[in-house]
Design a protein around this ligand. Sequence first.
Ligand code: FAD
Ligand code: SF4
Ligand code: SF4
Ligand code: SF4
Length: 402
Amino acid sequence: MLTVYNSKDMCCGCTACETVCPKNAITMQKIGGGGYKYPVIDQSICVDCGLCRKTCRWVNPKSSTSEIKRFFALKVKDVDVLNKSQSGGAFTVFSDAILKNNGVVYGAYLDKENDFTVYHKRADNFEERNLLRGSKYVQSDIRQTFRQVAEDLNSGKKVLFSGTPCQSDGLLSYIEAKHISAENLYTMDLICHGVPSPDVFNDYLKYTEKKYGDKITGFNFREKKINKWGTHIEEIKFQNRKNVYCDWYANLFYNDANLRPNCYNCQYIPTDRNTDITIGDFWGVENVLPDFYNPHGVSAVMVRSEKALKLLESQKENIELVEVKEKDIVSPQPRLNSCNKKPADYDIFWNDYKNLDFENFMHKHSFNQYSFSNCLKRKVIFIVKLPFRVLRKIYRIIRNIS
Ligand SMILES: Cc1cc2nc3c(=O)[nH]c(=O)nc-3n(C[C@H](O)[C@H](O)[C@H](O)COP(=O)(O)OP(=O)(O)OC[C@H]3O[C@@H](n4cnc5c(N)ncnc54)[C@H](O)[C@@H]3O)c2cc1C
Ligand code: SF4
Ligand code: SF4
Ligand code: SF4
């Protein structure tokens, strides 16, 4: 076999092919700019059995056969947990239920000790699971976790695997190919905007350390304790200086050129999926359930299997839960309606990333709403407009009186 995937825009890097290969002929390697990994076959070992291609969901997509399809607004009652979760704490709710049953949980981990690399990790206790909370807006490296999941299932453990839709579907395909029972497997995925480049994130951190002349000790992709849930401001913690709040990286994330190539061809837009659970931010909840809105966050949850529903019901005393209609969740979510479009400046973005120094690249393709000059600009505009606002208000009052 020469290659597993047909083209780079048809491979999500899920590792299902690498893990399923009976000869260990496949390794995941960084190919091209961005630091994204793709499977590479060692031709001297490959026996051309075809299992890798058969297992790849991008070569052989599988349509959903879900038992049920129910939609919920969810928030955890514990405000501390809510603040530590990205949305309404749905991940904690399901993973709590698994851990209480001596199961194990898999999710994305930000490794502060190793250049803030993001990769998937196994957790068999609450402390380790807590490290998986929070969105890391960069592609998470699956590493060897599919193999670990298989070992856990074979030893009779309950497993919750949380990842992007393509990662979780890749796991399901691998488990099926290995003829392992999925009875104890709970797959969770996200409403997914797409995954930015690990190299761009890494360069951003190096640039920021140089700019402030201090070592970064913590990075929160979307801080929501000081700033509101609906905002997207990153919090950067340093060894010696005070925290920095800005949205340089957030705007690199929302720059649609900074995505893995297959994200422009995403097959996971519909709510019909093979996973048991989908979670995300419940944007627009204030319009559907005004009393349910919480400035600390609300989760949108979709449940597709009876076993996942039972898991949710087992946690009822810790959560507030209201069933909603599909359209309540889908309508305000761009990524549940259509795929990201490759922007016209895609090639310019990546050529600039290769050829410019990082500062010039970032200033050309991102911005910081919270810079001193932008804040000053907003304040000046506010002050200039203030007399007109006051006059308008006085005019309305006089008009109402007369
Ligand atoms: C790249 C990315 C894009 C997203 N796009 C959207 C979107 O367009 N709309 C929307 O509503 N929600 C989106 N989300 C989901 C949202 O940001 C929250 O992660 C989700 O609602 C879970 O919140 P929570 O409070 O339940 O969980 P938390 O307790 O905060 O847990 C976060 C969960 O997300 C997983 N996770 C974190 N980073 C990654 C990663 N890089 N790759 C795979 N899994 C990861 C963790 O393993 C964990 O299970 C996105 C998340 C990511 C990582
Ligand atoms: S199985 Fe996953 S990693 Fe392998 S080719 Fe397909 S999408 Fe890429
Ligand atoms: S064809 Fe078979 S042996 Fe060759 S890489 Fe694919 S799975 Fe491995
Ligand atoms: S946007 Fe689609 S292809 Fe890209 S990471 Fe998310 S699920 Fe995978």
